[in-house]
Design a protein around this ligand. Structure first.
Ligand SMILES: [Mn+2]
Length: 373
């Protein structure tokens, strides 16, 4: 039996530009802590290979501290092998963390755009991989590839799957299907968390190790792979493991209708508890307010007011209370005017929305031959 931990998109030393300096320092340390927790889990689970499918680093800017931290982490697990496939954020090239530093003996780093392989006879396992050597990788890395080794065959790859003209080492499910690989450990897509199968090949993105902003929502971690032979047949088990204690989440709160009198704060708090349940997770929340209402909201004050519930951002997408349905079906020039403005009325840009609302009010008043204010 061989146990493998699949991780990717760790983005160590991310700058966290949107945060304050002290928060960004803390979040970088937290990221390292989550990585340590993942390796602790690997040790406890009897993992003998850790696959790092690209973007271990966020960019060519990395600190000495992080290199020491990584080297120590690898050294502290001498019986485990660490395989690194450099990705588009941390390509293998002159000046990269991979060429400038010496890593412990149990670390294997792919260094060519062409497919390479490492066989661990003691495990009956061959790992295939390649490196981004710049920010893009046009070549199809496993085109025409078929495994030729006995035992277990696994790919460790930074790739954009099923996107034929991608600049990110495109691999198709047809290629995986024909490859004879037992597992493809993919990196690059941070929020794809589905474990799939193409013929005999199980493949998955691990997703990012930790969420860094609202685009990296939901539970984050890696995948534990167990390869075995039972009654002469190969078996594979793939199981998600969550390592990141914080979760980015967006909640849409619709303020439509007649709820004019309720307390807005209580209403949002109730929606938060409905959406997050009673878990002990640390939620980082963005609230999107929608609906047709004349309610005024001070987003900044409300964000402060709700910060104890984990709210970091409030986005106001509410539109004031016009007779939209009526206008939408109105075939006069009033309806045409409304339909022209409609995309701007529901724009994600609050400034554009407000301008469109003002234009609608003035326009309708003008069409109604009212005095303009
Ligand atoms: Mn990435």
């Amino acid at each position: 039996m061989v146990k493998i931990l699949h991780l990717a998109d760790i983005h160590l030393d991310s700058p966290f530009k949107k945060m304050s300096y002290s928060d960004s320092v803390k979040r970088r340390a937290d990221t390292r802590k989550v990585f340590s927790d993942a390796l602790g889990y690997a040790q406890k689970s009897g993992v003998s290979v850790v696959l790092l499918s690209g973007d271990l680093f966020d960019s060519e800017f990395y600190t000495e501290n992080t290199i020491t931290f990584l080297s120590d982490s690898f050294k502290n697990m001498p019986d485990c092998r660490f395989i690194i496939s450099p990705g588009n954020h941390d390509p293998y090239k002159y000046g990269s963390p991979y060429t400038e530093n010496v890593f412990p003996k149990n670390v294997f780093i792919f260094n060519s755009e062409d497919l390479q392989e490492i066989t661990f006879k003691e495990l009956g396992l061959t790992v295939y991989g390649y490196a981004f050597t710049s920010e893009s990788h046009i070549k199809r890395p496993i085109e025409g590839f078929k495994v030729s080794k006995d035992g277990f065959n696994v790919l460790c790859a930074h790739t954009e799957i099923d996107t034929p003209f991608s600049n990110y080492a495109p691999i198709s499910t047809a290629e995986l299907s024909n490859s004879g690989l037992d597992y493809a450990a993919l990196g690059h897509i941070h929020t794809d968390k589905e474990i799939r199968k193409a013929s005999g090949t199980v493949y998955a993105y691990s997703g990012c190790l930790t969420g860094r902003d609202f685009s990296e929502h939901g539970d984050c971690g890696g995948i534990l792979i167990t390869l075995d032979v039972i009654n002469g047949r190969k078996t594979i088990d793939a199981e998600r493991a969550v390592f990141c204690p914080w979760v980015y989440k967006t909640i849409t709160v619709n303020l439509n209708g007649s709820e004019k009198d309720y307390d807005l704060k209580n209403y949002i708090v109730k929606r938060i508890s409905d959406e997050t349940g009673k878990t002990k997770k640390e939620y980082i929340l963005r609230i999107i307010l929608t609906g047709n209402t004349d309610r005024e909201v001070n987003e900044k004050a409300m964000t402060n007011d709700l910060s104890e519930y984990g709210v970091k951002e409030i986005e106001n997408r509410m539109i004031s209370n016009f007779d939209f349905l009526g206008l939408n079906d109105d075939f006069s020039i009033r309806g045409e005017f409304y339909r022209t403005l409609k995309p701007m009325l529901s724009s994600e840009n609050p400034e554009e929305r407000r301008k469109a609302e003002a234009a609608l009010k003035f326009g309708l008043d003008a069409l109604n031959r009212k005095e303009l204010e």
